[in-house]
Write a protein that binds this ligand. Structure first.
Ligand code: NAD
Length: 252
């Protein structure tokens, strides 16, 4: 238990279950004294979230595919909780059939969907979030090394992560004047629901683990440590950056 985030209210978007990176981040932020509010995509995800959080008052529906849903969610958050100090965006989606084989087989629609949910949603969340963010505040999103390297099967999601990282830089530039910092964590491969959508994910996880500096995959708690730091006032100088939290996989 620490007090890095004492007095801070943070919105956590993207907990699907206890394996979710957002859940690892939530645990560390709670330990550091933050008050958390959670969004869920739909009723199915709400049920799953209720297994982890028994206070329904802290949960708000937000499907990032819809501007209306985002606008309504942020309005409700402001009414119920007032302004917040941070937003964790841990959301991505692509159709399973797009995450395998050669990228030339990607469909126009599938590409657009991956970009919409995995990259544009950060811009939309920042736009509606701006009205409910304090000064200073911090927005943190989750990226992956596939933005820079052609990882087998990751394909259009890698392209979406490249867009996401570029969006972080542009958002950081534009939100800076409101005291809002925007950064990404590029996490190492972790077995979550999202990863199981990638063809051959067992190999991806195995190779990633082998390429860490100590042969141990990064954990959601370790990602959470960096998330807590980025949400805290210790990180006021970190702006528009992508920080690797992957146990060195990107080095080798
Ligand atoms: N697991 C990994 O190896 C890894 C590595 C680096 C980055 N990431 C990124 O971390 C983030 C979290 O993923 P995860 O691995 O914890 O998987 P996860 O499946 O636990 O979380 C993904 C979340 O995205 C949400 N989501 C998808 N579409 C949505 C929509 N339309 N509206 C609202 N929410 C929506 C899901 O409900 C889910 O909560 C993603 O951006 C992912 O790309 C994951």
């Amino acid at each position: 238990m620490g007090n890095l985030l004492e007095g801070k209210k943070i919105l956590v978007m993207g907990v699907a279950n206890k394996r979710s990176i957002a859940w690892g981040c939530a645990q560390v932020m709670l330990e550091q004294g933050a008050q958390l509010i959670f969004t869920y995509q739909n009723d199915r995800l709400k049920k799953s979230l209720l297994k982890l959080i028994d206070n329904e008052d802290l949960l708000i529906e937000c499907d990032v595919a819809s501007d209306e849903s985002i606008a309504t969610a942020f309005k409700q958050i402001k009414q119920r909780f007032g302004k917040v100090d941070g937003i964790l965006h841990a959301i991505a989606y692509a159709n399973k059939e797009e995450l395998g084989g050669e990228i030339m087989n990607a469909s126009r629609q599938g590409y657009a969907l991956a970009q919409d949910i995995s990259a544009y949603s950060l811009i939309a969340v920042s736009k509606y979030g701006q009205a409910i963010l304090n000064n200073p505040a911090s927005i943190v999103t989750l990226s992956y090394f596939g933005s820079e390297r052609a990882i087998p099967n990751y394909n259009i999601m890698g392209v979406a992560k490249a867009s996401l990282e570029a969006s972080v830089r542009y958002l950081a530039r534009d939100l800076g004047k409101y005291g809002v910092r925007v950064n990404a964590i590029s996490a190492g491969a972790i077995k979550t629901l999202a990863v199981t959508g990638v063809q051959g994910h067992a190999d991806l996880l195995k190779v990633s683990q082998e390429r860490t500096v100590d042969g141990q995959s990064v954990t959601t708690t370790e990602v959470g440590g960096t998330c807590a730091f980025l949400m805290s006032d210790l990180a006021t100088g970190v702006v528009g950056d992508v920080i690797y939290v992957d146990k060195g996989v990107h080095l080798i």
